[in-house]
Design a protein around this ligand. Structure first.
Ligand SMILES: Cc1cc2nc3c(=O)[nH]c(=O)nc-3n(C[C@H](O)[C@H](O)[C@H](O)COP(=O)(O)OP(=O)(O)OC[C@H]3O[C@@H](n4cnc5c(N)ncnc54)[C@H](O)[C@@H]3O)c2cc1C
Length: 462
């Protein structure tokens, strides 16, 4: 690899491609270094379904309008106010133009989905999912003459003074170095690095499942932090949901998510309930259940429903455990029989009249005198067959990030690193310090990918 490049982009997901395409369109000679082999290119981005856009009227597949202030308010709610307002508003404002840009570069959208994730006004769904978005961008990159090297594992960016002087990577067991004029880091978080997760979370992390790519191990993030590049965020903060306990350790993707919790009771391995399953509609609550399960013994939980509720949520990739009696269910799942039967009997006794039950609205069909109470959709678990899904913590992505400014530029304590920019998960913690808003991850990568690509190309063009 002796060519000189104006820009080396580290990573091969959404943020990387948005940066590479933008820079190439401004005349830069670009290489993408992607550690995954070609069939697994695209990191977590290939698992995605939708992106959140501000709009002042119908836009592409989006209905109605969604103002900057409403979007920002939604973000404040999920982050508890802990966000960088300048960067967050920049993403929100830029999102309106990002959608047509995506369409221009090959991304197609589909009509909104219905069901538990009905987001017809706020979120645009990719036709063919994230995989087809990624494939479209790679096709565009190819047309623009961008070089892509798969299985190129970047290990070190050498920081010399206020410049990245060299990029070191391993390809087919050999070490290589290039000296591009500029670098965009878009290599994700550290969610697939189990040792790092364990350092942050302690031993429970051993039992976490990683919903996305096994390649986001935070190698470049750690390398830059060790050299004094500034960071933001807390290593224990991440997006984590409760997923099917039988999901693979890595890359299970969206099909392993379980949407049955609001219609269930959830018990830990001791057969004990621990949280209000009906606190709010599922899109507003799914992201807290990863942490709740992480706090239970062995980081496992069990959602139990009866035949009344089986068809009320999106089916999981795995069938539930089925039994005609609660004793049989306890035996099949390994739950303590006496305790489980007692927990369900106590719950059933606390349920009142459920005539107002409404699966898609907060129906206030609640328990009385129960701790923890179930504040909506509280119907007795009484009609066999009974079903059980095991739940585990599924980590989506981590929030410890490179600190950037509004131009996506990284810095050290002595000032900006002149030729280093970051985009996507690797800087998303600047906006997401806790909590999550569906569809924001892809928008952060799209907006800051384009900014980073523009800045890097302008730098290289002098
Ligand atoms: C199951 C699932 C569903 C999701 N659904 C949505 C959704 O619908 N909407 C949404 O907005 N967000 C969603 N997200 C979050 C979203 O995936 C991320 O916010 C987004 O994809 C981040 O893009 P990125 O380009 O920063 O990272 P990624 O797409 O993960 O790309 C990082 C890339 O860096 C590469 N890499 C890592 N280390 C190195 C290295 N050392 N050298 C070279 N390359 C390296 C990886 O191989 C990978 O290609 C979902 C995540 C998951 C896991």
């Amino acid at each position: 690899m002796n060519n000189h490049y104006d820009l080396a982009v580290i990573g091969g997901g959404n943020a990387a491609l948005c940066a590479a395409i933008t820079a190439a369109e401004l005349g830069a000679k670009v290489i993408i270094l992607e550690t995954a082999p070609k069939p697994y290119r695209g990191g977590n981005s290939r698992h995605t379904r939708d992106i959140r856009c501000m709009h002042r009227g119908p836009l592409g597949p989006l209905e109605g309008d969604y103002s900057e202030d409403e979007y920002y308010e939604d973000l404040l709610k999920v982050t508890g106010g802990k966000t960088n307002e300048q960067l967050a508003r920049l993403v929100i404002r830029s999102s309106e133009k990002a959608l047509p840009w995506m369409q221009k570069h090959g991304v197609h959208f589909q009509p909104p989905l219905s069901g538990t994730l009905s987001l017809t006004r706020t979120n645009a769904f990719f036709l063919g999912g994230g995989k087809s978005l990624i494939n479209a961008y790679y096709r565009t990159a190819d047309k623009l003459g961008i070089d892509v090297l798969y299985r190129a594992h970047v290990k070190h960016l050498q920081l010399k003074g206020n410049l990245i002087a060299r990029v070191d990577y391993v390809y087919e067991g050999q070490q290589y170095q290039i000296e591009p004029s500029s670098v965009v880091v878009a290599s994700g978080g550290f969610e697939a690095n189990l040792e790092w997760l364990e350092k942050a979370w302690g031993p429970p992390a051993e039992n976490f499942l990683i919903r996305g790519t096994p390649y986001n191990r935070g190698v470049v993030l750690e390398d830059l932090l060790e050299q004094g590049v500034q960071s933001v965020g807390d290593p224990t903060q991440c997006h984590a949901v409760a997923i099917d306990g039988r999901a693979p350790k890595f890359d299970g993707g969206i099909v392993t998510r379980l949407d049955c919790v609001p219609f269930s009771i959830v018990v830990n391995k001791e057969g004990q309930r621990f949280y209000d399953e009906g606190e709010d509609i599922w899109p507003k609550r799914y992201a807290i259940w990863g942490r709740l399960v992480a706090q239970q013994p062995d980081q496992v939980a069990f959602a139990i429903i009866d035949s009344k509720s089986l068809k009320m949520f999106m089916p999981s990739a795995f069938p539930p455990t089925e039994a005609n009696t609660l004793e049989e269910l306890a035996e099949k799942t390994g739950l303590p029989s006496e305790k489980l039967i007692d927990t369900i009997a106590t719950f059933n006794a606390a349920c009142g009249n459920s005539d107002a039950f409404h699966p898609t609205e907060l129906d206030s069909v609640t328990t009385t005198g129960l701790t923890p109470e179930k504040t909506n959709w509280a119907r007795p678990i009484s009609e066999p067959p009974f079903y059980c899904y095991s739940l585990r913590t599924g980590v989506t992505f981590t929030y410890l990030a490179l600190k950037i400014d509004k131009n996506a530029q990284c810095s050290t304590a002595t000032g900006p690193v002149k030729n280093l920019w970051a985009a996507g998960e690797t800087m998303a913690g600047s906006i997401l310090s806790q909590g999550y808003l569906a569809g924001l991850g892809m928008m952060i990568g799209t907006v800051f990918g384009r900014i980073a690509g523009r800045e890097a190309a302008n730098y290289a063009n002098g």
